[in-house]
Design a protein. Structure first.
Lengths: 617, 115
């Protein structure tokens, strides 16, 4: 095989041993890489029903199908998988930077880590050499300087790539993430806690192998074209302004989560707009390896108590720590994002959890004594930042909120579950979906919980393709098609910012895949593969106990209409959700309980897993 | 108040009564391409949203065109949101939606995320 190393590295931290195994073209062709490999490895390696923080839960790193090659906007990506401590279902997260290409250059497409070390360790993979190193001195340290840089220094090589956790992961915070290359995160579903539960501080990589491709001349030609497209109109806005520009758009459309979704517009949105932040706070832009887009906007807080804080600015964390917490001071938001990077927390979830805590405080369900003297009011940037630290360190009542919205609401009670905004245990993201009905279906069925990134269906609502306020059966097919395409984007792995450069898009992607790997692939085969991966992920979740009732939306989304703005009065009723769910299941060839039929599993080559579906029927 | 070049709008009629006064707002990277956040314009009374967009392209040139239209063809970019008086206009309808006096047209680029 070209591009693929064909190798899996298994490390058992309990015994301190490792082994390698090979895989062949069957896995490559049927599951591609990234998501496909992650889901397949997880369903095949996880003992059903074990706790996400059990040492047996495998932490799986996967490279994308074209990692380490010249294909633009793809080569640096990697995915991380495990059973999620946040949801109890599929845990998956993707990161970029340089780590993904390095894994492959070290000689592996897949890394599976099981067990639990007796004391804190980090893994050091240097081509064929695999060592488990002492990390006692790194435990309790932040990610970027104190761990990432310290490991490079200790191993004496500035080119080493490190993926690691901060204190939040060590403390098993349910939304802890894994950080690499300073500002990049495998952010969602709490995989940092899985790493922490293994006493694993990080994975350091150095690879010196080259990655071969099947048809270099043709690939160079195609990549030149893709590079040109990647520098052109399809992506220029990511470079010039970045996703933070969504702020004013969502505000104008009453889709901006504000004060824990109590409102959908923020009166001070201009103050935290992408336009203002670009103008006044962004000091440089940079990019991932093999990508001409250079879309990372690095901002520095310029005044006040957080002067000097540094963070990469994207819409989601800006929304979560800004309007969602009622905060209009970019300095505090930049500090909040820096904290989430340094302590290793999902920068979306932490903002959603702090906003939830603020509403608990507003309603008197938690007190100033419990917050350690913090006035946890909406709009207070200082309180937002300090409370985020308390959560990462599980200090005081921060310990309760480190369980995430769902877990914290269970402990706090008092009706707080009615404004704990999560799906399947994963905190909501930056779209108020009460007035975005296609997105609402996408969120409800997303395999990793509240998520805009497994389907991107909000694009239909906001992009003028459908009536955003109308729930109708046709949305089922739309969401299915989006999900299957995203499975492929996340398997190759293509940065979604650059999706506009791929014509077809399956045909272009299939062509690149074949040129890189030498494995024949058509656009239609690729589409089918996306469907296969979606179905396998569903089977994984079903095996872990998922039923139709889990394909739902937060209480507030279904019961409290949007109070303001153009979408005023919008919410998603149970009838609307049921109508769209039925249509979605039907489009997928699933029963009305959301279980794939035997015919569908046969068609997708998944009949080995038919017993899971049979048990759920 | 600016008048859009008559060439760019179909059935442009001369005469104050036949003109509509509309406001156009630009957001994100579209704002950068237009070099302004909003402006008022006078346009022909029977102009559609699509015609207005074509007229703006004539006014602001290639970088603005790239923000609004697909690279190939006449279609609008999938990641463009067009609103008239805050209501999202379906792309397929832009050639049918006629503008009215005092309408506020807003153009937003959408930025789908990456993770
Ligand atoms: S578009 Fe941005 S995030 Fe995506 S690969 Fe390029 S530089 Fe990295």
């Amino acid at each position: 095989m070209n591009a693929y190393t064909g190798k899996i590295l298994y490390v058992d931290l309990t015994t301190g041993s490792y082994r390698t195994a090979s895989f062949d073209e069957t896995l490559s062709k049927n599951y591609i890489g990234g998501t496909g490999f992650g889901v397949k490895m997880l369903i095949d390696h996880l003992k059903p029903g074990i706790d996400a923080l059990d040492p047996e839960n495998p932490l799986i790193y996967v490279s994308g199908a074209v990692s380490g090659t010249m294909v633009p906007c793809t080569a640096s990506k990697f995915g991380v998988f495990a059973k999620s401590p946040a949801t109890g279902f599929l845990g998956e997260a993707y990161s970029t930077g340089r780590w993904g290409a390095e894994l492959r250059m070290a000689g592996y497409d897949i890394l599976v880590i099981t067990g639990k070390a007796k004391k804190p360790v980090y893994l050091w993979i240097n081509d064929n050499s695999v060592q488990i190193k002492n990390a006692v001195h790194l435990w309790g340290k932040t990610t970027t300087c104190e761990t990432e840089e310290a490991i490079r220094k200790e191993l004496g090589d500035q080119d080493i790539r490190v993926s690691c956790i901060g204190q939040a992961g060590e403390n098993l915070c349910k939304f802890a993430c894994i950080i690499n290359d300073h500002y990049r995160a495998a952010g969602r579903t709490g995989l940092g806690a899985v790493m922490g539960s293994k006493n694993l501080k990080g994975v350091a990589l150095r690879g010196t192998n080259s990655v071969t491709v099947a048809e270099p001349d043709e690939l160079v030609k195609m990549c030149k074209d893709l590079y040109e497209r990647a520098k052109g109109p399809a992506t220029v806005k990511y470079r010039t302004l970045g996703t933070a520009a969504n702020m004013l758009t969502m505000n104008a459309q009453a889709a901006l989560p504000t004060r824990n979704y109590q409102s959908a517009t923020f009166e001070n949105a201009e103050k935290v707009s992408g336009e203002r932040i670009k103008e006044e706070f962004v000091v440089k832009t940079q990019g991932c390896s093999a990508c001409p887009c250079r879309c990372e906007h690095i901002a520095i807080a310029k005044e006040g108590e957080y002067k000097g804080a540094v963070a990469r600015i994207e819409y989601e964390p800006l929304m979560a720590m800004g309007p969602h917490c009622g905060v209009d001071d970019p300095n505090a938001i930049i500090k909040g994002i820096e904290i989430s990077n340094q302590y290793g927390m999902d920068a979306i979830s932490i903002g959603i959890v702090v906003g939830f805590a603020m509403e608990c405080y507003e309603k008197g369900l938690i007190t100033k004594e419990q917050t350690g003297g913090l006035e946890l009011n909406f709009g207070d940037g200082h309180a937002m930042v300090e409370f985020a630290k308390m959560i990462a360190l599980r200090e005081g009542i921060g310990d309760v909120f480190a369980e995430g919205c769902k877990g914290a609401a269970k402990i706090i009670g008092g009706g707080s579950e009615k404004f704990a905004n999560h799906i399947k245990g994963l905190e909501m993201t930056g779209y108020d979906i009460r007035g975005l009905k296609t997105a609402a279906l996408g969120y409800a069925v997303s395999r990793r919980g509240a998520d805009h990134q497994r389907h991107g269906s909000y694009g239909h609502d906001l992009g003028g393709k459908v009536d955003r306020y109308k729930a109708e059966p046709a949305r089922g097919k739309i969401v299915m098609a989006d999900e299957d395409l995203y499975c492929i984007l996340d398997s190759i792995i293509i940065c979604k910012f650059t999706r506009g450069i791929w014509n077809g898009p399956y045909d272009d992607i299939a062509r690149v895949y074949s040129l890189v790997t030498g494995i024949p692939m058509t656009g239609e085969e690729l589409r089918k593969t996306g469907e296969r991966i979606s179905n396998l992920a569903r089977l994984f979740n079903i095996r872990e106990g998922l039923t139709r009732k889990d394909d739902t939306l937060p209480y507030r989304t279904m019961n409290d209409p949007i109070p303001d703005g153009v979408a005023k009065g919008s919410y998603v009723s149970q009838e609307e959700l049921d109508l769209m769910l039925d249509a979605y299941y039907e489009a997928r060839g699933w029963s009305n309980r959301g279980v794939p039929s035997d015919e569908k599993l046969d068609e997708l080559g998944l009949s080995d897993y038919a017993a899971i579906a049979a048990q759920a029927r | 108040m600016k008048k859009i070049n008559a060439e760019s709008l179909v059935d442009f009629e001369i005469g104050a009564e036949s003109l509509l006064k509309v406001k156009i707002q630009y957001f994100g990277s579209i704002r950068m391409a237009a070099h302004k956040s909003e402006e008022k314009m006078e346009i022909a009374s029977n102009s559609t949203v699509y015609q207005l967009l074509q007229g703006l392209v004539d006014l602001y040139g290639e970088s603005f065109r790239e923000e609004i239209f697909q690279e190939s063809g006449e279609g609008l970019r999938e990641d463009l949101m067009v609103t008239v008086n805050e209501t999202i206009i379906k792309h397929v309808n832009t050639a049918e939606v006629n503008l009215k006096q005092a309408d506020v047209i807003a153009l937003y680029p959408l930025f789908p995320g990456g993770g």
